[in-house]
Design a protein around this ligand. Structure first.
Ligand code: RM4
Ligand code: MN
Ligand code: MN
Length: 424
């Protein structure tokens, strides 16, 4: 479903005077406002193809209406988000949940919506109906070489799909690990995983990156074979310069200092990408910024500081993706909220007075350090984010536009109430 442009313009027209007042006020605090606006316009966050339907828990799933029934409809949904916010210009596919049957047509459809293909994701954490060997006891770590080979072949197949679509990165998340003490020889599991990853790495095109995503627990609850950033870093270092660590915000033990992890990985040139979400306990996959918005700001603060220190391009040098699941919200509304939260945190991080912070740190002025960070974090930057959207043709307020234009109703009209999507 493509939204007629005039509808967004009409929506914006009604709020324009109020917006201008708010923007002028917010901009008066920012020295380099045009530079900030340009950075916001350039910044794009990929939407996961598996998060466009209502997710569930292992206890149940309560589907909404009008969910995308095919990859084509998922692309249309991301296109709709992108029309509203102009910051969701990419989709990340999970294989085999979303196999492009006709890649040329899929690519053309995405281009029509102004979308690119971000990282492709492999799946060796589930058994597929036609699969020969089971991943019950792991995939790349498996004691049986034949299972490991099957997992490697699948990843190479995923790379092939990605090449056809113009993706330039592969994300590998492994559920491998053990549920009970004694089940695994940790060293052998590591070596098997490394060898398997090396075989996949060898199949990467030159311009591709490989992201090794870690997670502390689940589905294995005693050990995970890529359980933390140290292990991911070890694999990525041994693999080579095209391999990086991917940080998913929900994949840490409680109270982990994610901003410090980000800072050090950046320093080593080994941070590759991000999966944004929020959590209270673990891999909750909640709306970005819904529980700990200050932590999100602190992470962006390190991202901006660390990327600038290495002269990196904020928009293109890391893979920015959302990884979420929505049990009780409309997935599209949830994703609009998530992207908004990311843009707000990014803007606030751009406002940090870095020179003053460095001076305060040098002087051990702990109080002033806190003041500098919180001054930025407490600035209401919503009108700045809205202005960037306005300048690139999006809606002043995305969620309000989605509701006022009754877009879910239109999707239900097209797809029906019982349409259920593949994915999480
Ligand atoms: C995992 C991890 C991966 C995602 C799967 C569906 O917990 O976050 O990135 O692909 O879930
Ligand atoms: Mn993830
Ligand atoms: Mn996860």
């Amino acid at each position: 479903m493509l939204l007629e442009k005039y509808k967004i313009e009409e929506f914006n027209q009604a709020g324009l005077a109020e917006h201008k007042r708010r923007f002028d006020f917010a901009a008066s605090y920012v020295k380099n406002i045009d530079e900030v606006l340009q950075k916001l316009i350039d910044f794009q966050v990929a939407i996961p193809s598996w998060a466009l339907g209502t997710g569930g828990t292992r206890f149940g799933r309560f589907a909404g209406g009008g969910e995308p029934r095919s990859l084509e409809e998922k692309i249309e949904d991301v296109g709709l988000l992108h029309q509203l916010n102009r910051s969701s210009g990419a989709i990340s596919l999970h294989i085999p949940w979303d196999i492009p049957q006709n890649p040329a047509a899929i690519k053309a459809l995405a281009a029509q919506h102004g979308l690119k293909f971000d990282a492709v994701n492999s799946n060796t954490f589930q058994d597929q109906p036609d699969q020969k060997l089971s991943y019950k006891f792991g995939s790349m770590q498996h004691v049986d070489k034949a299972v490991r080979k099957q997992a490697v072949d699948h990843n190479i197949e995923v790379i092939r799909h990605g090449i056809e679509l113009g993706s330039e990165s592969l994300t590998v998340w492994l559920s491998d690990g053990s549920s009970f003490p004694g089940q695994l020889n940790f060293r052998k599991a590591f070596q098997n995983t490394l060898e398997s990853l090396q075989e996949v790495y060898a199949a990467l095109p030159d311009n591709w990156k490989m992201f090794v995503e870690y997670k502390a627990f689940e589905p294995n609850f005693y050990s995970m074979s890529v359980g933390d950033w140290g292990q991911s870093y070890l694999y990525a270092s041994k693999l080579g310069e095209k391999a990086y660590t991917l940080v998913d915000l929900g994949h840490h033990l409680p109270n982990a200092n994610i901003e410090q992890i980000v800072s050090l990985l950046l320093m080593e040139g080994k941070l590759g990408g991000f999966h944004f979400n929020d959590s209270k306990y673990g891999d909750d996959d909640l709306t970005v910024g819904s529980v700990k918005p200050y932590q999100l700001f602190l992470i962006f603060n390190e991202l901006v500081e660390g990327m600038d220190a290495r002269g990196m391009n904020h928009a293109t040098d890391l893979g920015w993706m959302i990884d979420a699941s929505h049990n009780v919200k409309d997935p599209l509304e949830d994703l609009l909220q998530s992207v908004e939260a990311i843009m707000i945190a990014y803007t606030q991080a751009l406002l940090v007075d870095r020179k003053a912070l460095a001076e305060a740190q040098q002087a051990n002025d702990v109080v002033r350090c806190q003041e500098i960070l919180q001054t930025a974090a407490r600035t209401d930057v919503r009108a700045i984010v809205a202005e960037a959207r306005l300048r690139s043709g999006g809606a002043l307020q995305t969620l309000q536009a989605f509701r006022q234009l009754e877009l879910r109703k239109a999707l239900i009209g097209e797809r029906g109430l019982k349409a259920v999507s593949t994915g999480l």
